[in-house]
Design a protein around this ligand. Sequence first.
Ligand SMILES: [Zn+2]
Length: 254
Amino acid sequence: MSELEFLRALHVDMLRLNELGGRAPHTLFQTSTIQALLAGAFDGDVTLEELLGHGDLGLGTLNGLDGELIVIDGEVFKAELDCTLSRPDAQARTPYAVVVPFAPGRTEQLSRIAGASVAHHLWPDDPPRAPAAVRIDGRFDTVRVRSVPRQVHPYPSLATALEHQHTRDLHDVSGTMVGFCFPDGLSGLELAGAHLHFACDKRQHGGHVLDYTLDEAIVRLDSATSLHVELPPTVEPPDGRTVDQAALRHLETD
Ligand SMILES: [Zn+2]
């Protein structure tokens, strides 16, 4: 599907903080763009409290690229650098996050599958035409998570910051993955493909998912019809230059 066809299938609005409405079903709310994050725009203007006004499931990071953000059932967790979870302050701000009021329309039971093959099992014939919010609850043989150290001004690029990421391998772990699958990068708005964050059942460990193998899990999907992108004051709409999705995928997977 071409980008134009994709844009017709999805209603995209770009807004400033004072223009935002409330939450709406099947509407993804995102702060900033992946293009801005790649360039080191690590300060945003939306608080976690405001973020939760737009959804109860999602992911992101905190200002300064301070760890990985995980939103499950309206609760926010932060993966510290060692991939232990803490509860961030509601007034902390995020430079990049995506949330949705999760209302799944499709449920699948999956077993014994590597993470890289999950999309093929979910969509064997036809890749999805619209982005989907994803929740995977179950037991995993392995989950490799990572987190990132807080950066200081002047901020480096995302690629440079991720050279200092810490990874942790979780084995035989039950928990929940939350995130999104975008069929297209939308000219710098999105990371194309699946982007998942994980929290174990005890909410002790988690982070950005680099790789996983699931044992038994239930996958729930919420197909999105709209995308509201909030642009912080220093972030302009994507300039049309295409983000190198292959390089970006390399940063975000194992
Ligand atoms: Zn992530």
